[in-house]
Write a protein that binds this ligand. Structure first.
Ligand code: DAH
Length: 357
């Protein structure tokens, strides 16, 4: 950059150097310039090397001048470097800036809406509302249960043939007790009665919704993971008529005034007498169709008067208290209410299906 020659004089070097520092346009260029001006092969280094050839007095003068020039150029370089670095940072920030409101054609905003509760969750909420309006409280219980809560306390001892009614996922098979995924919400009845006995808060009017599990192959009307809602009333002087009236009131409130209920004798170990309850087929409104096998009725769940053996398991005196219980599928309710032909659609997560509800 500078012709290094004997004739180069220090004053013009200094002037030119200051000009080129002021003219530098990038920190990178400035770094190269600094090397050219003051590095090992720079004019300044050459001047320094000449010192040795001078006499004592001259050497002192030139030495001091060189030092002054070097110090001056260094501080000019520093200053310029600061200015350039700031400008470069500002430019970088400006070019990297994200405009979050930017909108370009082809970059359409997401067409997806806000989403909403799953139809089964909506159904559960609506069922709870109906029962709360009838004076029931809402309770929940664990999905992992012991053999005792899911079966034993419900009057289904080990090896009882009724166990075949529920294909069970066992988690751990212990010698004295097994743990399992509850096959129905009925064990929550036991928890509720235990608490009521322990706290002296009988009578009890509760519904207990929740997830249940069965080792079933899913088909149009069954899922291996499904939902039930259990109902339990324990009070003085409760009769089968109270049960039938409650089922009918619930059916009309949830499905509409033209849908009715009927009870048919059945067997459940935890109720005596027991019944299955059916509602008017919501597809044909009782006329008879394929879905209801031409009967005009669709089975929804089971119910009955609480068996004294169940009261005995939780320490309730069956001479003082009577009660009824019922349990039915929430998914089945959603299916009937919305005429969903195949229940498996509920768990396939196809938004085109789910969006309808
Ligand atoms: N737990 C029964 C089941 O899942 C349904 C049921 C029947 C519940 C009768 C009840 C009842 O509370 O009283 O098959």
């Amino acid at each position: 950059m500078w012709a290094v020659s004997e004739t180069l004089d220090l004053e013009s070097f200094r002037a030119e150097a200051r000009q080129s520092i002021a003219a530098a346009t990038s920190t990178e260029g400035l770094r190269e310039l600094a090397t050219a001006l003051m590095g090992k092969r720079s004019p300044l280094a050459l001047f320094s090397r000449q010192l040795g050839t001078l006499g004592e007095a001259e050497r002192k003068v030139l030495g001091q001048t060189l030092h002054a020039v070097r110090t001056e150029l260094e501080s000019e370089l520093d200053e310029r470097r600061t200015v350039l670095a700031e400008a470069e940072l500002a430019a970088e920030l400006e070019s990297g800036k994200l405009d979050l409101t930017e909108f370009r054609p082809g970059m359409l905003p997401s067409p997806q809406g806000r989403g909403h509760l799953h139809v089964v969750t909506q159904t559960r909420d609506e069922l709870e509302d109906v029962f709360v309006a009838m004076g029931f409280t809402v309770a929940e219980g664990p999905e992992v249960e012991t053999d005792w809560y899911n079966f034993g306390a419900l009057n289904i001892p080990p090896a009882h043939p009724a166990r075949g009614m529920w294909d069970t996922f066992y988690l751990e098979v212990g010698e004295s007790e097994s743990t399992l995924l509850r096959t129905h919400t009925s064990p929550v009845q036991i928890h509720q009665m235990e608490v009521a006995v322990a706290t002296g808060t009988l009578p009890l009017h509760a519904v207990m919704p929740g997830r249940c599990y069965r080792r079933d192959t899913p088909d149009a009307r069954h899922l291996a993971v499904f939902h039930q809602i259990e109902g339990l009333v324990v009070d003085r002087g409760i009769t089968f008529a109270d049960l039938a009236g409650t089922i009918e009131a619930f059916t009309a409130a949830y499905f509409g005034p033209d849908i009715h209920s009927r009870l048919r004798p059945a067997y459940f170990p935890f109720t005596e007498p027991s019944a299955e309850f059916e509602i008017t087929c919501t597809i044909c409104h009782g006329q008879g169709c394929r879905t209801c096998s031409q009967t005009g009725w669709i089975e929804l769940g089971g119910c009955g008067m609480v068996d004294p053996a169940v009261f005995a398991a939780v320490g309730i005196d069956p001479d003082e208290w009577t009660g009824f219980a019922f349990g039915f599928g929430i998914d089945r309710c959603a299916q009937m209410r919305h005429q969903i032909s195949d229940m498996r659609a509920l768990i396939e997560n196809d938004v085109r299906f789910l969006r309808q509800f």
